[in-house]
Design a protein around this ligand. Structure first.
Ligand SMILES: [Zn+2]
Length: 233
């Protein structure tokens, strides 16, 4: 338990790909991978849903199937345990850029999926949203459904944006984990947290350029070492 956790009333944690690295999501890239980098980039753009819908949805469906076999990492579990131990008057929000659902699988309750989720799929004809069973990619209204994940070229969901801004506005401890602070949204998030004079901490594999100007504290290492240690201090 963060020793001075009681002094924080509104903790916001931003997580990126680095927190899920050790969960072992299979790689889709490179020689022997299922898709080339070029394919991945092209198919992950929203326009592919018009031009190559089958191939694009095949890709997302196979990623979703791969995620089904993953278990949360020690870092995911440490965040869930920390949240469970907080006093009732403290707010704890995880804003995640990941679409893998591993925070929820670890037991975290207040998770804002900033880039949506691969778990849920939506019909673009009638807006029905389902959590499809394993098997073939789901269809609805005579068309392949799409994942409720934010693709390149798409906006952040309004609800997610509102939740994130609201949490950051009153934030007194902001911790970014496994994400590059130079890329949005982390860069804006840390600035917003500083408007409220929050303590800001980066836990990341490396200190990217400018990290020590942006964050008041920077610790480098794997998420599985840093996160349990930080939230237990
Ligand atoms: Zn439909």
């Amino acid at each position: 338990m963060l020793r001075d956790a009681g002094t924080y009333k509104n903790i916001v944690v931003l997580t990126g790909a680095g927190i899920s690295a050790s969960a072992g999501l299979p790689t889709y890239r490179g020689p022997g991978g299922l898709w080339s980098d070029r394919d991945l980039a092209a198919l992950s753009h929203t326009s592919a849903l018009q031009t190559r819908r089958r191939r694009a949805t095949d890709l997302f469906w196979s990623m979703r199937s791969a995620l089904a076999g993953l278990v949360p990492t020690p870092a995911h579990r440490a965040l869930a345990a920390f949240e469970a131990g907080l006093p009732p008057d403290a707010r704890f929000t995880i804003i995640t850029q990941n679409v893998d659902g591993l925070h929820q699988a670890a037991g975290s309750r207040n998770v804002c999926e900033y880039h949506g989720s691969l778990a849920r799929w939506r019909c673009e004809e009638c807006d029905a949203v389902i959590d499809p069973p394993p098997g073939d990619p789901p269809e609805h209204c005579g068309e392949r459904m799409r994942p409720c994940a934010v693709l390149f070229g798409e906006m952040i969901p309004v609800d997610a944006e509102r939740t994130a801004k609201h949490a950051l506005r009153d934030c007194d401890l902001f911790v970014a984990i496994g994400t590059s602070g130079t890329v949005e949204p982390a860069a804006s998030f840390v600035s917003w947290a500083h408007y409220n004079n929050a303590r800001s901490v980066l836990l990341n594999l490396e200190a990217f350029e400018g990290a020590r100007q942006q964050f008041r504290e920077v610790r480098t290492g794997s998420a599985d070492e840093l996160v349990p240690a930080f939230f237990r201090e």
